[in-house]
Design a protein around this ligand. Structure first.
Ligand code: SF4
Ligand code: SF4
Length: 227
């Protein structure tokens, strides 16, 4: 598989999720104005579902730096878990992968994948810790690849999907593309493809067999030739 950054030049799709929309308040919040200032000379398109398309080149133009000023929106999103995440968490906590899946994850039947559990009261990630006004990640060194890649939320053949976040447009010198240089990206793409295969292979129905294949995959019982 061709390394993602060496593939064709891709454009950026900046996605405004509903968390940024408050009833009666236009979604053009302060930071978005900043992005318009930086990139507003370009033809920006907004789809009816609130998706904003920026024809920017992935390798050159969009900066990002976590501002640490929001009560982390990123940690309120669903965090998908991949087998390599389960493995990392298992060694971090000194427990089995099976226990990681049971204790910290839930199986999303519709998506046919595991995801991190959320706190049932505030619907945020179970690993988000708050001390006064400061939020931090309890598993920072071992956090899932989806958290390491944030705000990148999708990698497609001809575009990159980015979830809107207060850190976009800040951090001069830190290109979005540099996040994709993370050495775990290619492994993550292989694992994502395997999950896609499971989805396609088993259709809408999430049978006992599909469930078993998925669980075995997460427990590391498939080898690279099968991926
Ligand atoms: S990554 Fe973005 S959403 Fe998450 S804490 Fe930083 S600024 Fe907020
Ligand atoms: S694992 Fe850490 S960074 Fe990821 S959502 Fe949970 S608290 Fe946030």
């Amino acid at each position: 598989m061709e390394p993602y950054l060496e593939g064709p030049l891709r454009t950026i799709l900046l996605e405004l999720r509903c968390m940024d929309f408050l009833p009666g308040i236009p979604p053009i919040i302060k930071n978005l104005e900043r992005i318009y200032q930086l990139y507003g000379n370009r033809p920006v398109k907004i789809s009816p579902s609130g998706r904003i398309y920026f024809p920017l080149s992935l390798r050159e133009e969009l900066y990002f730096e976590c501002r640490r000023i929001c009560s982390p929106k990123c940690c309120s999103l669903v965090v998908p878990i991949y087998p390599s995440d389960a493995e990392r968490l298992a060694s971090y906590f000194g427990i089995s992968k099976k226990k990681v899946l049971v204790e910290f994850c839930r199986l999303n039947e519709e998506e046919k994948r595991f995801q991190l559990k959320q706190n049932p009261i505030n619907h945020r990630c179970i690993f988000l810790r708050r001390e006064g006004r400061i939020y931090s990640c309890m598993i920072h060194e071992a956090k899932p690849i989806a958290c390491k890649l944030f705000p990148i939320s999708g990698m497609h053949e001809d575009y990159v999907e980015i979830t809107y976040c207060d850190g976009l447009g800040y951090g001069e010198g830190r290109l979005i593309a540099s996040i994709l240089a993370n050495e775990e990206v290619e492994k993550f793409r292989r694992e994502e493809r395997f999950i896609q295969k499971i989805r396609e292979g088993f259709g809408n129905e999430f049978s006992f067999r599909a469930r078993k294949v998925l669980r075995e995959f997460y427990l590391g019982n498939y080898h690279s030739k099968e991926l």
